[in-house]
Design a protein around this ligand. Structure first.
Ligand code: ZN
Length: 175
């Protein structure tokens, strides 16, 4: 006990660093924890599962408050067409995931902390795209991750599949 107390003065900075790391990991992991005063993280990987509209093919889309309902990015039928175009190209069919539009710059990868134009989370499936000019590219790209996860149980985070090229660069017409 005495030895620990004596050594504690030297260990404190390291301990504080370790605690900070643990707190950061808990925050990143969306650790449920509970018991404290911290608010529970939102479901659907911290983004919430609410959506504004559901398309005829089943896609749930949340676009508010980031884009107006008149915006093409809020047009769930159009986004479903892009989704189905990638489905057809990949030869993989799956129920459309929840798609959420966030502000440009709001998406940060939990893996490396770097900004992203789109993100895909599995279980429950969630595709996040931002409202930049990359919106439709990101939707198609994240759809490939989702379809690969659905078909193979692996979303291919390293982009080894050729589908990331062949099914994402397909031309399309705006509505
Ligand atoms: Zn990717």
């Amino acid at each position: 006990m005495t030895i620990l107390l004596t050594a504690s003065a030297f260990r404190l900075p390291a301990l504080a660093g370790a605690l900070l790391t643990l707190l950061l990991l808990a925050a990143l992991g969306g650790c449920g924890g509970g018991g404290g005063a911290e608010p529970e993280p939102l479901p659907c990987h911290g983004y919430g599962c609410a959506y504004d509209v559901q398309g005829p093919a089943g896609m749930r889309l949340r676009y508010a408050p980031v884009v107006e309902s008149s915006d093409p990015r809020a047009n769930v039928v159009f986004l479903e067409q892009l989704y189905q175009m990638v489905e057809g190209c990949a030869g993989i069919q799956a129920p459309a995931p929840l798609v959420v539009i966030e502000k440009d710059g709001a998406l940060v990868s939990p893996l490396d902390g770097l900004p992203r134009k789109g993100l895909y989370y599995a279980d429950p499936d969630l595709v996040l795209i931002d409202d930049s000019a990359w919106t439709y590219w990101s939707l198609k790209h994240e759809t490939v991750h989702y379809l690969l996860h659905h078909a193979l149980g692996n979303s291919d985070p390293d982009h080894t599949s050729s589908l990331f090229v062949t099914c994402v660069e397909l031309p399309f017409a705006m509505p």
